[in-house]
Design a protein around this ligand. Structure first.
Ligand SMILES: NC(=O)c1ccc[n+]([C@@H]2O[C@H](COP(=O)([O-])OP(=O)(O)OC[C@H]3O[C@@H](n4cnc5c(N)ncnc54)[C@H](O)[C@@H]3O)[C@@H](O)[C@H]2O)c1
Length: 326
C-alpha cells in the first residue's frame, strides 16, 4: 500500500504519518486491509524532524506545480491524505496565494488521482470555516455551506469537487471538516485561530500571550491526537457509509475561550494562567466569530469518530506529547 500525504511536513500531516506507521495497515478502495509499504510526505517546506523509518519517503515541491504532482504519483497511490493548504489568516490576506494553493492545487491533485485508473481513497482536510452566516445551534450535518472568508470558500469548493469526482468514480473521497486543532506546538502561525494554541502554549513556557477575542467567544476544538484518529477513521469508513455527500462534520469539543483559560488555571495554576492578556483584535475576531462553535455531528459519531472529553485533557495531552522539556 502506497500513501501520499500532501502537506506531509506540516503539523497534522507529520503526526498522521507517525500514527499510520504505528498502525502499519490501511484499507484500500476495494475494502481490503493492506500493509503500508510507503508513505510519501510531499510538502513545499522541508521536513523539520526527519522520521527514521524506511517506509517514509520525502518530496519537497510546490503542489500547485503539475511537475511536482507528476513526480509524487509516478509510482501510483492507493490512498491520499490531502493536508496541504495555506491557513485562514494567510488565505484572507493574500487572495491569489489562497486560490492557487487551496483551490488550484486541489483540483490538479484530484485530476492526477483520476488518471491513476484505479480510484484511490482520498481524505481531504476541510474545515468548519465552510460554515457561516445564520445557523442553528448546534449545527446539523446538512447545514448549508455559507463561508464568510476566502479560506472557507476554497475548502467548500474543494469539498464539492471531492464529492463530484467520487460520484463519477474517479476517486473514493471523503472531506473531513476538522475542528480548530489545539494545542499546536512551536511558534504562532497565520491561522486566525492561532491564539487558541498560544493562550496555552506560551503561558506554559512562562511567556505572555495576547488573546484577541472575548472570553465569551466559543470554539469547536480538538486535540491533535484525537483529530489524527478521526482522519484515519474517516479514511477507513466504507463507501457505503455515505449517501448524498462525502463531507463529515468531525466531532469536537465546544468550549468558551474564557473556559480554556480557566482549564489552564486548573491544570497549571494561577502563575501560568496570569500570562494570558485579553487584547481585542477586530480583524481576528471578525473571522473567528463567523465560525459556528456547536455541532451535532451525527455522521461523524456514526462512523466512530469522537471528540475530546474536556479542555483540561487537551492541555494535558499537549504537556505529555509536545511541550518542550528544558
Ligand atoms: N490545524 C487546524 O486547526 C486545522 C483545522 C481545520 C482544517 N485544517 C486543515 O488541515 C490541514 C493541515 O493543517 P495543519 O494545521 O497541519 O497546517 P500546517 O500549515 O502545519 O500544514 C500544512 C502544510 O502544507 C504545506 N503547504 C503549503 N503550501 C504548499 C504547497 N504549495 N505545496 C506543498 N505543500 C504546501 C505547508 O508547508 C505545511 O507544511 C490543512 O489543509 C488545514 O487547512 C487544519
Amino acid at each position: 500500500m502506497r500513501i501520499v500525504i500532501t502537506g506531509g511536513a506540516g503539523f497534522l500531516g507529520s503526526r498522521l504519518a507517525r500514527r499510520l506507521l504505528e498502525r502499519n495497515t490501511l484499507t484500500d478502495a476495494c475494502g481490503v486491509e493492506r500493509e503500508i509499504h510507503q508513505i510519501l510526505l510531499l510538502d513545499v517546506a522541508p521536513p523539520t524532524g526527519a522520521i527514521g523509518d524506511p517506509r517514509i519517503a520525502y518530496q519537497t515541491g510546490d503542489l500547485a506545480d503539475p511537475a511536482t504532482i507528476e513526480r509524487a504519483f509516478a509510482a501510483g497511490a492507493d490512498s491520499v491524505f490531502h493536508m496541504a493548504a495555506v491557513v485562514s489568516g494567510q488565505a484572507e490576506a493574500d487572495f491569489d496565494v489562497g486560490m492557487r494553493i487551496n483551490l488550484d492545487a486541489t483540483r490538479l491533485l484530484l485530476e492526477r488521482c483520476r488518471k491513476l485508473g484505479r480510484a484511490p481513497r482520498l481524505v481531504f482536510a476541510s474545515s468548519l470555516a465552510v460554515f457561516g452566516g445564520p445557523l442553528p445551534d448546534p449545527v446539523p450535518d446538512d447545514a448549508p455551506l455559507m463561508p464568510q472568508a476566502s479560506y472557507g470558500t476554497q475548502k467548500a469548493i474543494g469539498e464539492l469537487l471531492v464529492y463530484d469526482m467520487t460520484r463519477k468514480g474517479f476517486i473514493d473521497g471523503r472531506s473531513l471538516r476538522l475542528p480548530t486543532v489545539t494545542v499546536r506546538p512551536g511558534t504562532p502561525n497565520r491561522a486566525a485561530s492561532s491564539f487558541a494554541s498560544g493562550i496555552v502554549r506560551e503561558p506554559l513556557a512562562g511567556v505572555d500571550a495576547d488573546c484577541p477575542v472575548a472570553p465569551t467567544t466559543r470554539m469547536w476544538v480538538s486535540s491533535p491526537r484525537t483529530v489524527v484518529d478521526n482522519l484515519i477513521i474517516g479514511h477507513e469508513a466504507p463507501a457505503s457509509a455515505f449517501t448524498h455527500s462525502r463531507s463529515v462534520n468531525v466531532p469536537g469539543l465546544c468550549v468558551g475561550v474564557g473556559e480554556m483559560v480557566e482549564a489552564l488555571r486548573e491544570v497549571a495554576g494561577d502563575g501560568v494562567a496570569k500570562h494570558v492578556h485579553w487584547s481585542y483584535d477586530a480583524a481576528i475576531d471578525r473571522i473567528v466569530s463567523t465560525w459556528p462553535a456547536g455541532f451535532a455531528p451525527s455522521l461523524g459519531h456514526a462512523l466512530g469518530m469522537r471528540g475530546d472529553d474536556d479542555f483540561r485533557s487537551i492541555i494535558r495531552a499537549y504537556i505529555a506529547d509536545d511541550m518542550p522539556r528544558n
